[in-house]
Design a protein around this ligand. Structure first.
Ligand SMILES: [Zn+2]
Length: 378
């Protein structure tokens, strides 16, 4: 497999290839243009969907790429690889596939994780008529995460404050506070927003329109991040040992969801989360439909020489957005560092993503075709 066939250099190229390939599979295609956000050179931005297979399928696999923008290069490549290497003819009877390309096209096009409003889409699925979850520890560390300049002295100040808070609350509590989602600082880390984001609204419409009659829905939201070389981390957000959890385990293997294994692949004990997409969609399809699956991460980052380098990476995106701007002298270097973290050009990584991505598609589609049979036989 030539990885360049599936890994695109830009969002526009990825979109063009996705639409062409979906068209060749006689997919039913729909386009949703972002009303205000633009990409580089002022280009318009779209979330596109492609339905492959029978319209009245009783089971549908939904796969999404680019929920975290820049992470979409891998998810898009996996979608494209399935369309070309497998395609409609490979679908089990009664099963269809709905691909959602570029959930967050702004982040995808610019090489950032958040939306044009700096919203983390995987923290945005809350009922905003109610009070948002608090995150007081985040508020304490926020000023140190957001320096006007990223340089040894400001990173050191963050390390010192971090050490003080770790001594008081523990390392996991601090890491969890930084990443689980916060609703008080629109210019901060993992900001969940103040209202349903455009991408969420579009996804809700797509689910309501396309999946009304599908009682069984499989879901894979492709992400990248933790240190590694394309290995998969299966993250299931159904309540542990629930019927849906057990179904996902049947698809993905007896130890795929084992918390100890997941933590090892993740690189540390998994933080908690609030407002994630899976729970929002799960609620949307219930009670008529069952949603099974979750996030699959392709491990992508390279090990950092020290914790200063690791912390620096996490500070780049908000610095580009709120401090230096996309035209700052440092910007090109910072964008390249982010790309190397979430969508590296390493050939071995790209080959592993395609191979492991196709394996996950095969497992999940086969599982969907068998769904319910195992429990009926018990
Ligand atoms: Zn992600």
């Amino acid at each position: 497999m030539n990885t360049n066939t599936y890994f695109s250099a830009t969002y526009d190229e990825a979109r063009e290839r996705f639409l062409a390939s979906a068209h060749r599979q006689q997919a039913v295609i729909a386009h949703h243009q972002h009303p205000t956000a633009r990409g580089p050179q002022g280009l318009p931005l779209f979330l596109d969907t492609a339905w492959v297979g029978p319209r009245d399928a009783h089971a549908v696999l939904v796969t999404a790429s680019g929920t975290h923008g820049a992470e979409g290069f891998a998810g898009s490549a996996a979608q494209l690889a399935w369309l070309s290497e497998r395609g409609q003819a490979s679908l089990p009877p009664g099963v269809a596939l709905l691909m959602i390309h570029a959930v967050n096209p702004y982040g995808f096009a610019w090489g950032l994780r958040g939306t044009h409003d700096n919203v983390d889409l995987n923290r945005n699925w809350l009922d905003f008529s109610e009070a948002c979850p608090e995150n007081t520890l985040y508020e304490q560390i926020h000023p140190y995460l957001c320096p006007a300049e990223i340089k040894p002295s400001t990173v050191n100040r963050l390390m010192e404050e971090g050490a003080r808070l770790i001594a008081k609350y523990g390392r996991w509590a601090l890491e969890d506070a930084i990443s689980r989602g916060q609703y008080t600082h629109p210019d901060g880390f993992h900001y969940g927003g103040a209202h349903p984001d455009w991408s969420r609204t579009v996804l809700q419409e797509v689910f309501q329109k396309e999946l009304r009659h599908a009682p069984r829905i499989g879901f894979i939201d492709w992400h990248t991040g933790p240190v590694g070389n394309g290995e998969l981390i299966y993250l299931c957000f159904s309540s542990p040992q629930s019927r849906q959890w057990q179904e996902a385990q049947r698809w993905w293997g007896p130890d795929a969801l084992d918390p100890a294994k997941v933590d090892r692949l993740w690189g540390s004990k998994r933080p908690s989360r609030v407002g994630i997409m899976f729970w929002g969609l799960e609620k949307l399809v219930a009670p008529a439909g069952d949603l099974v699956g979750g996030i699959i991460e392709f491990r992508s980052a390279q090990p950092k020489a020290n914790s200063i380098d690791a912390l620096k990476i996490s500070m780049l995106e908000r610095w580009l957005r709120f401090e230096g701007g996309f035209d700052a002298p440092e910007a090109a270097h910072y964008f390249a560092l982010l790309q190397n973290e979430y969508a590296p050009s390493r050939e071995s990584w790209r080959a592993a993503v395609l191979q492991n991505g196709l394996t996950a598609y095969d497992q999940t589609l086969a599982g969907l075709a068998r769904w319910g049979l195992a429990s009926a036989a018990d």
